[in-house]
Write a protein that binds this ligand. Structure first.
Ligand SMILES: [Zn+2]
Length: 362
């Protein structure tokens, strides 16, 4: 409050108590204004042409000079006081409004944020990662190869020459074929397995080699619960001096235990593949019944997980390795099959249908 003006008014109005009252009422009215609009109304009521302070100056002209001077002084002091109080009140109202607005617009950093839905890898991608990680931990490197492949890498160099019976087992999807019935190593096809990567790596590098190669493969299959024209394989191979069948078995045992559980055992059943000799199918002891027999293993206690064998010397001769010096093993399995066994999926079509109810389960 303007103390000087108030003191002056108190001095001057000792003889005019109604004007002292007007001063106090004016201050009260200004203080009571709660908004800028109310304050403006108060200003007009006090200082406007018909306002209560303006009224003090009315009729001054007809008064005696002494009284006229005193009343003029009181009127001026009242006006000065009212003006400074109006200005101060306006500033306080503006401050309050700013504070209120800041409070209203403030961000509460302690409120929990809105969570965005978080996706995750597809089950097949996870199985590929899991399998790959196991072999990387054993010192293998990951190599990818083309999905559109030459007949040479897919068949010929893997000891599957033209008209070899193994070709009829793999209904091949051709991109370009020079002759509809004769096989030509320059034919272009969608690879029927990931094994061509073996040939490509051996062609460009020298042993020792420890390679794992996951990827897509294609066959002319009808879609059903266990077949799809596109599927995934994981291929692995090792080439060095003195690699034996025992190394292969030991490697696949480590793999099976890391993927399916520490108690797993592995067994080999003799089989045939053109590019390995001897060849075997690999079974892992059933992780549901531990070998006792259940519906997953169809009562036999074992689950087939992949094929494998010692790399045929004929394959080495295609890539210029000395078969007398080097030996090696190769193995490969279907990613969908491994995922189905491990996660109890009984129809492989769900991997490709993108039904969120399935995808969210894993
Ligand atoms: Zn079982």
């Amino acid at each position: 409050m303007d103390e000087n003006s108030m003191n002056e008014i108190e001095q001057l109005t000792q003889e005019r108590p109604e004007l002292a009252a007007l001063a106090r009422e004016s201050l009260d009215a200004i203080e009571a204004a709660g908004t800028p609009a109310e304050l403006e109304e108060t200003r007009v009521r006090l200082l406007g042409k018909k306002g209560s302070i303006a009224a003090v100056f009315k009729g001054l002209g007809s008064l005696p000079p002494e009284e006229k001077r005193t009343l003029g002084q009181i009127g001026n002091a009242l006006r000065t006081l009212a003006e400074s109080e109006l200005t101060a009140r306006a500033a306080r109202l503006k401050d309050a409004e700013t504070k209120e607005r800041l409070l209203r617009e403030a961000t509460d950093v302690t409120l929990p944020g809105r969570r965005l839905p978080q996706g995750h890898d597809h089950l097949l991608a996870r199985v590929i990662d899991d399998v790959t990680d196991i072999f990387v931990s054993l010192g293998y490197k990951v190599v990818a190869g083309p999905e559109v492949e030459l007949d040479f890498y897919n068949f010929e160099a893997l000891n599957t020459p033209p008209h070899h019976p193994a070709r009829s087992l793999q209904d091949t999807l051709y991109v370009r074929r020079s002759d509809p019935v004769s096989d030509d190593p320059k034919d272009i096809l969608l690879r029927t397995h990931t094994s061509p990567v073996q040939v490509r790596v051996m062609e460009s590098e020298r042993p020792p080699l420890y390679v794992i190669s996951p990827g897509k493969a294609y066959r002319k299959d009808e879609i059903d619960a266990t077949h799809s024209p596109v599927f995934h394989q994981v291929e692995g191979f090792a080439v060095s001096e003195d690699i034996t069948m025992g190394d292969l078995k030991g490697t696949l045992e480590v793999f099976a235990r890391k993927l399916f559980g520490e108690e797993r055992a592995v067994r080999f059943r003799p089989h045939f593949f053109p590019f390995t000799e001897p060849s075997a199918e690999v079974d892992v002891s059933c992780f549901v019944c531990a070998g006792g027999g259940c519906s997953l293993c169809k009562g036999v206690g074992w689950l087939e997980i992949m094929g494998c064998g010692m790399i045929d010397p004929a394959v080495f001769s295609h890539v210029g390795y000395d078969p007398e010096k080097y030996t090696g093993f190769a193995f490969g399995g279907g990613v969908e099959r491994i995922a189905m066994l491990k996660y109890g999926v009984d129809d492989m079509r769900v991997f490709f249908e993108n039904d969120m109810r399935f995808l969210r389960q894993f």
